[in-house]
Design a protein around this ligand. Sequence first.
Ligand code: ATP
Length: 890
Amino acid sequence: MDKKEQKNVSYFTLDESTVFEKVQSSEKGLTSAEAKKRIAEYGPNQLDEGKSKSLLMKFIEQFKDFMIIVLLAAAVISGIFGDLTDSIIILVVVVLNAVLGVFQEAKAEEAINALREMSSPEARVKRDGTVVSLKSDQLVIGDVVLLEAGNIVPADLRLIEVASLQIEESGLTGESVPVNKELTVLEDEKAGIGDRTNMAYMNSNVTYGRGEGVVVGTGMNTEVGEIAQMLASTDDTMTPLQNNLNRLGKYLTVAILIIAVVIFVVGLSNGRGWLDMLLTSISLAVAAIPEGLPAIVTIILALGTQKMAKRKALVRKLPAVETLGSTDIICSDKTGTLTMNKMTVEKMYVNGQLQDSSDSIDTNSPVLRSMMYANDTQISGDGTLIGDPTETALIQFALDKEINVSDVLAKEPRVAEIPFDSERKLMTTIHKQADGKFLVAVKGAPDELLKRCTSYGENNEVKPLDENVKQTILETNHELATQALRVLATAYKLIDTVPPEVKSENVEQDLIFSGLIGMIDPEREEAKEAVLVARQAGIRSVMITGDHRDTAEAIARRLGILEESQVGGVITGAELDEISDEDFSTKVKDYSVYARVSPQHKVRIVKAWQKAGKIVAMTGDGVNDAPALKTADIGIGMGITGTEVSKGASDMVLADDNFSTIVVAVEEGRKVFSNIQKSIQYLLSANLGEVLTLFIATLFGWSILAPVHILWINLVTDTFPAIALGLEPAEADSMKQKPRGKEATFFSNGVLGSIIYQGIFEGGITLFVYWWATNNPVHAENSELIHSDALTMAFVTLGMLQLFHAFNVKSVDKSLFTVGFFKNKLFNLSILVSGSLLAIVVLVPGLNDAFRVSHLDPQQWMLTVGAAFSIIPMVEIVKFGIRTFKKNKK
Ligand code: ATP
């Protein structure tokens, strides 16, 4: 069956065996060999993200730029009427420029593709009879895929097995309530996507339960593929910063074009030739319009993501790099991110006694049974425990007491269960006993569990749970929790029959309380440091946890999220429910710890901070965290423990689940932003210098730089140093500054002022050198030589000046002696390369003729290089002034 036919089959109306027949597969799935064959035939399971252009196309596109076309036209005219050499050089420069443009674009595209590659999710598939984990783009029609809560459906599937499976398909149907999936074959061929309950569609989210399905559609032949095709995929990978840059580019273009016209007119009225002036003003326009800026910014952002990836922060969306640097608030889950998620039982409360974990305990006690029964830990062949750390800790405890856990479990097998969820905060299992009765074993959050207990067990006696006993238990819970212990309670009851529908309402009632267990989950040392670093950087760390208020508070104090002397600052989910959204947005600043919250509280917390004008980062790992991750300015997923759905909703994923990695990423984000500012400052001050030089020279009637000179300077000094500035190390105080705030632009923090005064310096020095050389000629006898020397010196000065100036740009106000001259190797190299390319056209015989520059003698070289270098001390003096001013203002 070919692709087209495949697509037109209504699999939801076919029974399972017909489906397998159609896709030539079976419940066992495919063999690797068959899958390989099919992938060759159908292609990988991915959505086309717009065809990537060929290198040649990209090259040709460089000439689509209006100004370039004008320049080429002018060069041709000039070739016909005037000097052919000039025209050829202009052509060569334009071609070289286009090559650089292609290189930049390709680099930027490569980076974006790498991000996409990284975010492709994994799928669990039956191949060769076993279950393997694969990148989901490797799926083919006929593969049998396993689904569980938290997965993103990797292809279009016809379901063949479901266990309470619920899937949220809002991307396709707009309906955000998850759909219950069943296996019933549908009769209506025309059933809408939302009604096809035996299908699971690519990119929808599994929110509950488990299931299995056979792939019936991949890549563009899926329902989302269809939508993607319809939307003609205008994949907007522009970041806000790039959009701003494009807007800025437009303004600058207009301004520069006006100046170019003025220069043209003034030149003509000064008696210069029209062709000469035409070429000069067009070359200036080409040189001064920063058309490469957006690509340079993309490259810098992309380089930033690579650095972050090395430091375990995997950025999934490019704009995140830029937003990260402006983070005001980091909201983080406690368990696993701020703590190690390595639990150990420390204390027990049984039979009314608080005891250490090392004390002896009756191996038949109900506490122990609940601990082992209501537990999903798997004991593998070599004895290692696999499962949730809270639960493995309980099994480890039993093993340490020399209980043969596997034997005990085998004797009283589990017949039903109500899984743990973070709303209920309980887990229950039902076990068949030898006497025919059933044991209900429960464990969970003490406050929740006690609500469902009516009696308690003490020394094998069951007594009614009165208020006094309840109070004692809650006090013990408080005592344990304030020692930063995570406390679980256990309970049980015996029932004669298992209800037909096992639900919390009919099972988790009238329980017998049996004990408390206190577990330590040590805080991460590095998280403690990170909280401090964040605080110094003006960033507030906020802890969000499902754990008990007292445990949360104790851990928050240890981590420094709550300061020693601080009172209050902690709120529970129940208390939060009492506060209106309106009130909460004014009170949100009062709280650093949220305890006993459910995932939906996270959305409220994010929104409240955003309403208070803050940029919020939020972590999350479960399916239910996805809305909060999407709402946050930076959604942060967990690489190790996170579900696919939560990762899919994130902007960044932590490879190590570690809070301190968030702070590292913020630091990188700040660095990237400031480096982009440096590039912009470098490019725009240079462009301003060029414009001023030509504008004033034209006013004075000087013909200071020929078109080829302007274009050459632009070609060799712009790209390399600007990109290399993107790799500058962070300035030492970058994490001592306050967050830059929502309003900040790339002109903030003195950048605009720097561009202006430094541009004036550049223009001034170049003009001075030209003036000086004209009035103090070395070759006094010949006016043509005098002019040629002065022009050459101005050319070299302007070029070198920009390269020296690149050093100044390393900091807006710090001295180069503080920042360091040569720390950035690539930068040094770029300056060397650019400097050499500049010098070559003056030094190489023949080439200098073509560029119409004269041979400079040592004295002239010294003067030129000296003048160019003077931009460093000049800017140093201004920086000193800025620093003094700032200090006095404080
Ligand atoms: P965080 O939100 O920081 O990850 P958490 O892991 O404590 O914190 P949840 O997993 O939602 O948050 O747990 C909430 C509460 O439910 C815990 O404080 C504990 O009392 C109880 N609990 C946690 N895991 C289990 C489990 N496997 N079985 C029964 N109860 C549990």
